[in-house]
Design a binder for this molecule. Structure first.
Ligand SMILES: Nc1ncnc2c1ncn2[C@@H]1O[C@H](COP(=O)(O)OP(=O)(O)O)[C@@H](O)[C@H]1O
Ligand SMILES: [Mg+2]
Length: 249
């Protein structure tokens, strides 16, 4: 079963055809990577899914047509993303940053009893997320005092606070050291296997992509040029020519 289906997606920026007739399916429960050279249109696909940029075509999530839904409605249905650059509140602690990700409704905000109950749940959730991500000992630390790699993991944690069904990560390994990337690898695995969250990952680190993905989609100049298992992608002539030749050698 597919959790996400993109049909004939096109995005134009003036005269630039950033995404061109893209068809793509993400199976429920898988780790799916989207790779390709800089400027290929990968981040634009995320933005188009979330309806942050104008597009044509159709996007279906969990059987619901989300093509024309507002960004917050799409998020409420269960899609969350983490960004290429860290977007944390610098002067807030890790715990506070996590709590920001826990959304309570207006209705709850007006009901004190419910609010207290929700507060307890939010804290419990934050501790569970911190436990899973191995950042429990950092909960009291202001974000700006953390190493960059830990900041990126906190951002992933914040995205997990609302129990998404699909988590989209934009270059989570960018700027990380080798050991931080190995840590990230194990975290992504655990998010997928222990929380059952489907992952869509834009990433340039080929060791991570090849080691972690069930499926890989390759884009170049806005178009899908290949799709398959890591083994199939590694051996694809077109992919090697457009992308892998330059990253691996
Ligand atoms: N909001 C925007 N306005 C105009 N051009 C954009 C915008 N976002 C991206 N682009 C352009 O679209 C192309 C694809 O960008 P992007 O999706 O960021 O690529 P990738 O994430 O694969 O590196 C690039 O040429 C980029 O400059
Ligand atoms: Mg990008």
């Amino acid at each position: 079963m597919n959790i996400l289906e993109i049909q004939k997606m096109n995005v134009w920026f003036g005269g630039l055809h950033a995404v061109s007739d893209l068809n793509m399916r993400v199976a429920k429960g898988e780790i799916h990577s989207l790779i390709g050279p800089n400027g290929a249109g990968k981040t634009t696909v995320f933005n188009a899914i979330m309806n942050i940029v104008k597009k044509s075509g159709r996007v279906v999530f969990s059987g619901i047509d989300i093509t024309n839904k507002k960004t917050h409605e799409i998020a409420a249905l269960g899609i969350r993303r983490s960004f290429q650059n860290v977007h944390l509140f610098k002067y807030m602690t890790v715990l506070e940053n996590l709590l920001v990700g826990y959304h309570t409704s207006y209705e709850i905000a007006l009901n004190v009893k419910k609010l207290l109950y929700e507060e307890r749940r939010a804290y419990r959730k934050a501790f569970d997320v911190a436990d899973l991500l191995e950042i429990k000992n950092r909960l009291g630390v202001p974000a700006l005092l953390l190493p960059y790699g830990v900041q990126k993991v906190v951002e992933i944690g914040r995205a997990l606070m609302s129990d998404p069904k699909l988590l989209m990560m934009d270059e989570p390994a960018a700027g990380l050291t080798e050991s931080e990337t190995e840590w990230l690898h194990s975290i992504i695995k655990r998010i997928n296997s222990e929380l059952g969250i489907t992952l869509l990952l834009i990433e340039h680190d080929m060791k991570l992509v090849m080691g972690i993905s069930d499926t890989i989609t390759v884009m170049d100049f806005g178009k899908k040029i290949a799709e398959g298992t890591p083994q199939q992608i590694k051996e694809d002539e077109r992919v090697i020519k457009a992308y892998l030749g330059e990253v691996i050698s």
